[in-house]
Design a protein around this ligand. Structure first.
Ligand code: GP9
Ligand code: MN
Length: 652
């Protein structure tokens, strides 16, 4: 009955057909988001964005059909089919991989087809016809109620397009408000889908891939020669006192989220130490504690730190290597160590897609990735991005103990993440009183993290791993940004944070504990790029054939400076900030800017060369002596239920 009334009123308008197509498609897509994807919606704004984001895509794509004078309805149905197909492909893929389809995934269909065929297909159900139901309704309507509708005009298209663009910009504006630099940092596919929708995500992904592959296509093998020569001229030979002292030992890296060096030995006004456990490591004489160690990260934050530490290359000036260059060839520490019998694993209580880790770790040669699926992500256990550090390390122990030895492993902590808010039951440590909630809370979350590390060390001692494992702990990047410098001046008891002291605030702690080797406080200046050669030399592996830019922190030839991603640097006598030269000692501007020139040139050359490697994917033209290349498609991280890797690379 409704149909008849509807037909009388509206069947003279192609716009009505269009409106029905848009609304049905909108509802369907929103339902798919709710039923199929775990997007981690945290607040009302995100709920709203999820609700409106299919609208701009629907308006835009169906709007295209209005351009076709004769076959408007047919084109609209074809467009609906293509979009529905894309949505359904993502749904099927997500059911199995908990991830969205990207261009590289499609390119690798050769390797993925088998998995998709066997597994994703089995997860399809007849009820899935729902995801094509709007198309079926449109076909029926086109053949019945709207049979005679043919007229259309370009004016309608223009209005619709304008409306689509406005909706999209409104959507993007709100998304940027909730998550600044969404498109430039693009840290997680889940986030892009949550904020901009599954269809816009695909468009974004296609554009990114075209950009990336054109740079790559223009490069050839001669481009690596300059880098090779530079490398030979700047290699810092290992220190014989330490070379091979950790040969054959396990390795545990701990990424200490947002942890800065000013916290080491820091005491609250009542005399309480914030990080008593880490302080004890710094002073026990059995651990190397590098107090002039700098983070060198850019927009890729935690992932940039990981990239630096394991590749000894610099991150990109914009975006994240993990996200934008994961298809490159790398010769990362886990892959190198494979040649020495090592088995590798990452532990992180967050979704595996964050920072594109599930793709990038394959390129780095990680055998296993224990992501959020391996942890009990209850409300009580999680905060902010994922697992709180204490349950995270606790639940990681049996997984770690199950690894075949020697292993190379990495633990990425999370609790000390901006905005550093804690659940009341997790801390009784006093907040700071510096007039800035972010800064005040930082002390509590850092204290909690410190306790989690102590618990982890105790567990490692209890199960015997401690005596045969090198432990490297590093602060990944700053936690307190320059925006909080007013409060930071109070924290440090100074009148103001000068440019030079701000540069020094970029220090993050680096601890290296090697069983049986004396350590102590180390004054030499270095950065995250320097850790890989330091570690490999301790393991008795020479690095001269690897294309890397770090210099061994324990080498007698260590260069003693650390660069920032923007070309500034800290050296023993001078600090360059925003291109200006300051004295390290006084923090004053130098009259003679020449004092920075030499190091500045070196820093620029290095950053440029590193960029060449990353942007042009030059390591595909280079094979280090004795190194066996890895193939990312040999790796699967299928989660606790279906992991192939679990069978091949653990004791169990
Ligand atoms: C997320 C964690 C934090 O998985 O690594 O990321 P960050 O925002 O610090 O880069
Ligand atoms: Mn981080």
């Amino acid at each position: 009955m409704n149909k008849i009334r509807l037909s009388k009123k509206f069947n003279n308008s192609h716009i009505t057909f269009f409106a029905i197509a848009v609304v049905l498609f909108w509802i369907k897509t929103y339902a798919a988001y709710q039923i199929e994807f775990k997007l981690g919606i945290d607040n009302n704004l995100q709920k709203f964005l999820l609700f409106i984001n299919p609208l701009s895509s629907a308006l835009f794509f169906f709007g295209i059909a209005l351009l076709f004078k004769k076959h408007t309805k047919r084109v609209m149905i074809i467009i609906n089919f293509l979009l529905s197909f894309l949505l359904y492909a993502n749904i099927a893929y997500y059911r199995f991989f908990n991830d969205f389809i990207t261009v590289p995934v499609i390119m690798q269909t050769k390797t993925n087809a088998g998995q998709l065929g066997n597994s994703a297909l089995s997860l399809m159900s007849p009820l899935d016809i729902f995801y094509f139901s709007d198309m079926i309704i449109l076909i029926v309507l086109a053949l019945t109620v709207f049979k005679k509708v043919t007229v259309t005009n370009r004016k309608a298209f223009k209005i619709v397009l304008l409306f689509a663009i406005t909706t999209f910009l409104f959507n993007l504006g709100l998304a940027e408000k909730d998550r600044p630099q969404l498109l430039t940092r693009s840290f997680d596919r889940n986030y892009l889908v949550k904020y901009l929708g599954a269809y816009n995500f695909t468009i974004y992904d296609v554009i990114q891939n075209i950009k990336s592959s054109s740079q790559r296509a223009l490069a050839d093998s001669s481009d690596i020669t300059d880098v090779e020569n530079y490398r030979k001229a700047n290699y810092a030979a290992p220190n014989p006192e330490y070379f091979g002292k950790a040969k054959g030992m396990n390795v545990i890296y701990v990424s200490m989220e947002s942890f800065q060096s000013f916290m080491i030995d820091y005491k609250m006004p009542d005399g309480k130490e914030v990080t008593p456990f880490l302080n004890s490591l710094a002073h026990d004489g059995n651990t190397f504690y590098f107090e002039n160690f700098f983070h060198q990260t850019g927009q890729g934050k935690t992932s940039d730190a990981e990239f630096l530490m394991e590749n000894s290359l610099y991150p990109m000036a914009q975006g994240a290597v993990f996200v934008n260059k994961a298809q490159n060839t790398f010769q990362a520490a886990p892959a190198i160590l494979k040649g020495y019998g090592y088995n590798s694993a990452v532990f992180h209580g967050n979704q595996k897609t964050f920072w594109n880790r599930n793709v990038m770790y394959k390129a780095l040669g990680y055998d296993q990735f224990f992501d959020s699926e391996y942890y009990s992500m209850t409300d009580e256990n999680t905060k902010n991005y994922g697992m709180k550090d204490k349950p995270f390390f606790k639940e990681s122990m049996p997984l770690l103990e199950g690894l075949k030895q020697p292993f190379y492993s990495k633990f990425i902590s999370l609790s000390n993440h901006f905005p550093f808010e804690m659940d009341p039951q997790d801390t009784d440590f006093p907040a700071g009183d510096y007039g800035d909630p972010v800064v005040n809370q930082y002390f509590q979350s850092a204290n909690y993290m410190d306790q989690a590390f102590e618990q982890f060390f105790n567990d490692l001692k209890a199960d015997g791993l401690y005596d045969n494992t090198v432990i490297v702990m590093y602060g990944d990047h700053y936690g307190i940004s320059e925006n909080h410098n007013e409060a930071m001046a109070k924290v440090l008891g100074v009148d103001e944070i000068t440019p030079a002291s701000n540069a020094k605030l970029q220090r993050v702690p680096l601890f290296i504990h090697v069983p049986g080797v004396k350590g102590g406080i180390q004054k030499q200046i270095g950065g995250e790029v320097d850790v890989r050669p330091t570690l490999l030399h301790l393991l008795g592996i020479d690095t001269k054939d690897y294309m890397e830019f770090g210099s061994d922190l324990l080498s007698k030839d260590h260069r003693n400076w650390a660069s920032f991603r923007n070309g500034d640097f800290v050296a023993s006598d001078v600090i360059q900030i925003k291109g200006k030269c300051y004295s390290s000692e006084t923090g004053e501007l130098m009259e003679n800017a020449e004092a920075c020139k030499d190091t500045s040139e070196k820093v620029n050359t290095e950053l440029q060369m590193s960029d060449e490697i990353v942007y042009k994917d030059l390591l595909r033209f280079y094979k280090p002596e004795g190194y066996t290349s890895i193939n990312p498609s040999d790796y699967d991280y299928l989660g606790p239920k279906g992991s192939k890797a679990t069978k091949s690379s653990t004791n169990k």
